[in-house]
Ligand binder design. Structure first.
Ligand SMILES: [Ca+2]
Ligand SMILES: [Ca+2]
Length: 449
């Protein structure tokens, strides 16, 4: 597998990044991406606050020998923790021997529509190209801004964005990820920790394990799409200090372009590139070929997410072994699942979120555990006490009323669950009444239960 195939990975990563950051742009904020060669911008792409997008190639733009630099700017994006404008740039040596005049590669494209659904939320863009003496510009305008916003929000609900301390860029694509275009399928094994942008940009630094992390295979034609991309939950893209993580597996299906051998063989063409110059020319040609393939077409791009679920399980420690314990799983105040069990329990297929596990049993003090679920298996052992069993040894004796008395006398305060166990009359306070009731139970003059 050629290391050059990694450029495809990079392109996907950038596309994913632009997408996710576009998703989080709100209000007046915006995202821009510029590509620059010898200090002259030859391409700029902007996502505006109204979810419109614009790609501009100034006429006379040239990619020349020396550095090719990509810059992404993000302005006031709350969900990424970005205040003001954060800009991140990265350069590579083009290796271009003869200047590439982009005017010669501009497509004949004039218009198309792009529509589809994200999680069943419909959206539609009208895409129009304008070719003037100054620039070639493609503008994508939402047909209905509210619908597009809803679709972006649907996508954003499956993504976690945050800020990290280190300023490095990488993509982490778990195994089983793939990209299929026509019958060519690029399959990822695992890129964990190896896909640093610096490694990819510097051919010599590229590790063998990155090269072995992807494989290009011949696949059967897709039944319901021309292009299909699968990204598992846990796919991560970091650009500078901004990091986005896909919480749920995403499948992106695209169809509606004029079937075209040039478009459908892009993966193998990139694989066969030997130099940066070949990669740049192949990429430029591909973009032009693809724009021509969607000319006048209604391109459909659907995104579906598969909710990630996991298991919560653990042991149960309680008294009165002949009676069952009730375990309720609570989310946002609603009981979403409930089971009765004795020594151990488990909840299957739990979606990501923050939960309370509420444990109750006859003659026991109900206890709640707060847990965060984020796709990983959760082990939470549960331990509940009999009413009045302040020290949790499953017996009521002098130890328990002594602890309670220390609280009443303010010599040693009870806290948390021990406090709840001592508050046997359930009035929210631990007083001499609770002490007296525990004492009566121990002396067998009046039982608590
Ligand atoms: Ca006890
Ligand atoms: Ca009390």
């Amino acid at each position: 597998m050629s290391k050059r195939i990694m450029v495809v990975v990079l392109a996907l990563a950038v596309a994913f990044g632009c997408f996710t950051m576009a998703v989080t742009a709100k209000g007046n904020e915006k995202v821009s991406v510029t590509l620059n060669s010898n200090d002259t911008d030859f391409l700029s792409a902007v996502v505006n606050a109204d979810y419109s997008a614009e790609v501009t190639v100034p006429k006379g733009s040239v990619i020349s020998a020396g550095e090719l630099k990509g810059t992404i700017s993000m302005t006031d994006i709350d969900s990424l923790g970005i205040e003001g404008t954060r800009t991140y740039s990265k350069g590579i040596t083009t290796g271009v021997e003869k200047e590439v005049l982009l005017d010669n590669y501009l497509p004949a494209f004039t218009n198309a529509t792009i529509s589809g659904a994200v999680d069943s939320v419909d959206y539609k863009y009208n895409v129009v190209a304008e070719d003037t003496a100054e620039a070639y510009t493609i503008t994508a305008t939402p047909e209905d801004e509210d619908a597009v916003r809803a679709a972006y929000q649907a996508a954003a609900s499956h993504i976690t964005a945050s800020t990290k301390a280190e300023d490095d860029s990488y993509a982490l694509i778990p195994g089983t990820a793939y990209v299929q275009i026509g019958t060519e399928k690029l399959v990822f094994e695992n890129t964990e920790e190896t896909m640093k942008l610096d490694n990819i940009m510097q051919g010599t630094g590229l590790k063998a394990e990155i090269r072995s992390a992807v494989e290009l295979i011949e696949a059967d034609e897709l039944e319901d799409a021309q292009v299909e991309v699968f990204l598992p939950a846990g796919t991560v893209l970091a650009v500078g200090q901004s990091i986005v993580t896909l919480d749920d597996a995403a499948t992106i299906k695209m169809y509606g372009y004029e079937d075209n051998e040039d478009v459908n063989t892009i993966l193998s063409k990139l694989r066969d590139c030997e130099t940066n110059e070949q990669i740049i020319l192949t990429a430029v040609l591909f973009i032009s070929d693809f724009a021509n393939a969607i000319e006048g077409q209604d391109l459909v791009v659907n995104v579906e997410f598969e909710e990630t679920t996991t298991e919560i399980s653990g042991s149960i420690d309680s008294a009165l072994a002949d009676k069952d314990t009730t375990i309720e799983l609570v989310c946002d105040g609603e009981v979403v699942d409930s089971i009765t069990a004795s020594d151990s329990y488990s909840f299957d297929a739990v979606a990501n979120g923050t939960y309370t596990i509420r444990v109750s049993k006859e003659n026991h003090v109900t206890r709640e555990y707060e847990i965060d679920v984020n796709g990983e298996v959760v082990i939470e052992d549960l331990d509940i006490n009999l009413i009045g069993d302040v020290n949790g040894d499953d017996k009521l004796n002098v130890m328990d009323y002594a602890e309670t008395l220390k609280h009443v006398r303010k010599t040693n305060a009870l806290e948390g669950y021990a406090f709840d166990c001592a508050d046997v009359n359930g009035d929210g306070k631990v007083t001499v009444s609770d002490y007296a009731a525990i004492l009566r139970h121990v002396k067998k003059t009046a039982n608590l239960w």
